[in-house]
Structures are given as C-alpha cells and as structure tokens.
Design a protein around this ligand. Structure first.
Ligand code: NAD
Length: 489
C-alpha cells in the first residue's frame, strides 16, 4: 500500500503524524493509498526550506530558471499516460478526460517559459531634467497553492510554473482525496533537478492549510475549492498579511435560444454537464430555454443523458466515471430528491446506479431535473455532480436576468446563431468566463482564468499575465546621475 510522503528540501520525508486517511478509487471502491493528515510542523519545514532556497533562486537568471520548466514539461509529456492513469484511478474521470486535463498543465508551463519577456519592467527617461524612472518586477518570496480534488494534475500548474519562473520558491498542498498524482509529478520534479527547496510538497487537510495561512514566511497563497472554504482562505490569509487569490464554487448557466443549432447545442451541453461526472467548476449545471427552444432541447438532452455510458474510466467506451466518494454520491442523490420535492420532475433519474463489475463504485448516472422552480433551493445550490436542471422563460432579457440573479459568476454560456444576441449576452452576463456556443469556456493558459461574485475572491487570477502580476512585486526606482559625477576616461 502506497504511503504518501512529503517532498521537502529535495528529499522525500515521512510526515511526523500517525493518522492516515484512505485514498479510495471511486470506481472500484478499493483503497489505493494512505495519505497523512499533516501538521503545521510539516508546513514549517517546507517554508524553512523554501525560504533558504529563495536568495540563490532569485539570483538565478530568469532564462536559466525557465530551462528547468522546459525539462519538466518534456518529462511530464513523456509520462502523459502514466499521469492520466493515476488521475483516473484517484479522481474517477475517464482516461481521455485525464489526458485532456494534463494538456492544460503542459500549456501553462509553456506560457510560463516566456517569463523572460513577461516579467520585463518599464523605463521612462527624463521624468524631470536628468532624472529617469523605472519599474522592476521582483519575486514575492515563498508562495503556496492549496488545491481541490477535481483536477489533481492541472490546478497546481495554473500557478506553480509562473511563480517559480518569476524567482519565487513554492509549496504545493494537494487535496487529501487525490494525493497520488502530485506524488508522481514530484518524482518528475525531482528528476528535473531543481535546486533543493525551490519546489516542495506537503500533504494534509485543514491543519496543513492553516499552517500555510498562518506561516510568516509564506507571502502569497492561491486556493481553488468550494466557496465557503475560499472565503475562509481569503480572510485568514489576508489577516496574516499575504497576497491571496481564492477561486470558489459555481452554478453555471447556459441559455438556449430558439435559433440555436439544437443538435450541436445538445451535444456540447451534455458534454459540459456530464463530462467529469459534472465535477468541473465550469460544468454547465442549469439550462434556460427561451420560447420554442424548450420542447426540442428537452427531448434531445434527455436522450443524450440517458444514453451516456457510465463506468470505470480506464475501460474502453466509458463516457462518464463515478463521483469522488460515497459522501458525494449520497449528497448528489439527496439534492436530486430535494429538487423533486420542490416541484421539479426527473425525466432522467440517475439515483441508485450500480455498474456491473463495479458494485462498490460511487456512480450516479446523468440526471435531468425539468421545470425547476426559480425560487427553489436546487436552483441555487452547487450540486457538483452529473445533474442538469432545466428552466424556461419567454425572452432573452428574462433569461439574462435569471442568469445574473445567481450567487456565483464562474461561467455563463449562450447557444444561438444570432450575432446581436451573442453581443448582448457578452455585454450583460455577470460571469468571469463566457461561452458563445461553447460548453466549457476554459481560458487558455495565456488568458486569466477568471471568475466573479462568489466564485472568486481576490483581484489577480491564475494563468497568463495575471499570474505574473500576482507572483511579482513592483519596485519603482527614480534615479539621478549628475554629469559632474561622470568619471573622465
Ligand atoms: P474543498 O473546498 O472541500 O477543498 C479544497 C482544498 O481546501 C483541499 O485542499 C482541502 O484540504 C482544503 N480544505 C477543505 N476544507 C477546509 C477547511 N475547512 N479549512 C481549510 N482547508 C480546507 O473543495 P473540493 O471538494 O476539493 O473541490 C470542489 C470545489 O472546488 C467545488 O466547489 C468546485 O466548484 C470548486 N472548484 C472551483 C474551481 C474554480 O476555478 N473556481 C476549480 C475547481 C474546483
């Protein structure tokens, strides 16, 4: 049985704890590893190593720093299948979904390799006679990421490559539900040969997180997870004087107009709602049909939901895996029950699913909740499972008003063939990531991964130039060199 270790100061170390959690393959129900419930002492060791590594790493020229990242990208690509298999086994998604997740991680490393250009400063001559002014970007110091369970391989790479390329040192804390992917990725990080202490791994849950939030040497924290925890992270890290960006939960709407290509819309919306078993922060979770879009779309989406092949993500032909664990299955099923109690119907009901050969797996089949009442709790609650709610209105204005009335603002999408409807939606939708005829509007690595309202706390986002801003601090220098001080040669 694999026991999860920490990677601190270039060494694999056993955390000083006796309590371990089971890491369970959600498709088979089998225990695949034991992960430590780490302590603040582990964080302290990692922060000490990262602090000691900082001065030399900062002095390493940026074009030398990115050479380590080029090497890491190559190693990760040559182990793509191996990493994807680990993701499927601990997080439940299909092998293809796991491979796609890692492509976005590679992309982020590639973009961060442009750091010699991206962290350039600014210079203005003669802001007053004989006086120049310049702005330099310098690293912030020791930084850390606290990650969720649903993208075990990708999410640390929204941040780590930019931070390290900019001259910071780093600590990653994966979700205790899915620690094996980072365990493997850190073996590759070890092979890359970063100087000791530049990149560190600590495992654990709340106590480890609190250790990061409170540690005086850690200057910046990024978090991805549920909204309540995001609020806690944002407030606590800020109270300890840190930079923080905290990405929270979501309840993503899609509007379907009558002029949409219904076959295309159905396929894309089904992939968004049921891909990764609905456990994506950009998964569409409620569809608002406008006017006569209702009947066609309802019929097509019910067929798409009912025909999805559910099973173990490493078996061929499987289109959707399980949800993360037994608690999550129970929660998703009880929310479907709540929706029905509140007046919705369930024309496709995924409760009580059992998959032959995987009877201990935590499967919920795709579910459609139709005629969801606007004021119901199910219309507002993040389900984070393969459940698509349907609502209906008569005009695009009503639809946008409904979309904007929600608590979250991670993503909003529109399906239409009208340019003016698309423009109106782009202009008015209150969401950080907007899709037009797109089901998962995931920004490429060279754009910020946005998020508004209760889906994001902070100002700078992950990825792209926002990551450069977040992981550097600006220094402004005003300088005067009088002519009479010039040595005569
Ligand atoms: P979670 O909030 O339960 O856990 C995230 C991290 O926080 C984990 O590392 C965990 O150890 C830690 N944590 C959990 N409870 C804590 C507490 N009380 N105090 C301190 N730390 C704590 O989230 P999850 O279930 O792993 O992930 C699913 C959630 O993440 C969903 O809500 C989803 O929408 C969200 N998510 C958002 C984005 C985004 O980009 N906005 C991306 C992926 C996932």
């Amino acid at each position: 049985m694999q026991k999860i270790l920490n990677y601190i100061n270039g060494e694999w170390v056993k955390p000083a704890v006796n309590e371990y959690l089971d890491v369970v393959n959600p498709a088979t129900g089998g225990v695949i590893a034991k992960t430590p419930l780490g302590t603040k002492a582990d964080v302290d060791s990692a922060a000490k190593a990262a602090s000691e590594a900082l001065p030399a790493w900062r002095r390493t020229p940026v074009n030398d720093r990115v050479q380590y990242l080029f090497k890491l990208r190559d190693l990760m690509r040559s182990n793509h299948d191996e990493i994807a298999k680990l993701i499927t086994d601990e997080a439940g998604k299909t092998f293809e979904e796991s491979k796609a997740e890692m492509v976005r991680a590679f992309e982020n490393i590639e973009v961060a390799c442009g750091m010699p250009h991206m962290m350039k400063g600014e210079f203005v001559e003669d802001i007053a006679p004989g006086i120049d002014e310049l702005m330099i970007r310098q690293p912030v110091g020791v930084c850390a990421t606290i990650a969720p369970f649903n993208f075990p391989g990708m999410i640390p790479f929204w941040y780590l490559p930019y931070a390290v390329a900019a001259g910071n040192t780093y600590i990653v804390k994966p979700s205790e539900k899915v620690p094996t992917t980072m365990q493997f990725v850190f073996k590759l990080i070890e092979q890359v040969g970063f100087p000791k202490g530049v990149v560190n791994l600590v495992n654990g849950a709340k106590e480890t997180v609190d250790g990061i939030l409170e540690h005086p040497a850690i200057r910046a924290v990024t978090f991805v997870g549920s909204t309540n925890v995001a609020k806690y992270i944002y407030a606590t890290a800020a109270a300890h004087g840190k930079r923080v960006q905290a990405q929270g939960g979501a309840k993503n709407p899609v509007i379907v107009l009558p002029d949409a290509d219904m076959d295309m819309a159905t396929k894309i919306i089904a992939d968004s709602a049921f891909g990764c078993a609905g456990q994506r922060c950009l998964a569409v979770s409620f569809a608002v049909t406008v006017a006569e879009a209702r009947n066609t779309f309802t019929e097509l989406i019910c067929d798409a939901a009912a025909s999805r092949v559910v099973g173990y993500g490493l078996d061929s032909g499987v289109q959707m895996g399980p949800v993360i664990n037994a608690d999550s299955k129970a929660r998703v099923e009880s929310l479907i029950g709540l929706g029905v109690k509140e007046g919705a119907t369930a024309p496709v009901d995924g409760r009580g699913t059992s998959v032959k050969g995987y009877e201990s797996g935590h499967f919920v089949r795709p579910t459609i909740l139709a005629d969801v009442p606007r004021e119901s709790e199910i219309a507002r609650t993040e389900i984070f499972g393969p459940v698509l709610s349907l609502m209906h209105v008569n005009t695009i204005d009503e639809a946008i008003e409904l979309v904007n009335s929600g608590q979250y603002g991670n993503q909003a999408s529109l399906f239409t063939s009208s340019g003016s409807a698309a423009r109106k939606f782009k202009y008015e939708a209150e969401a950080g990531n907007v899709g037009i005829n797109i089901g998962v509007a995931a920004p490429m690595a060279f754009f910020p991964f946005s998020g508004w309202k209760d889906s994001f706390f902070g100002d700078m986002h992950g990825q792209g130039m926002d990551a450069v801003e977040f992981f550097t601090q600006k220094k402004v220098v005003v300088e005067r060199w009088p002519k009479e001080w010039t040595r005569k040669f």
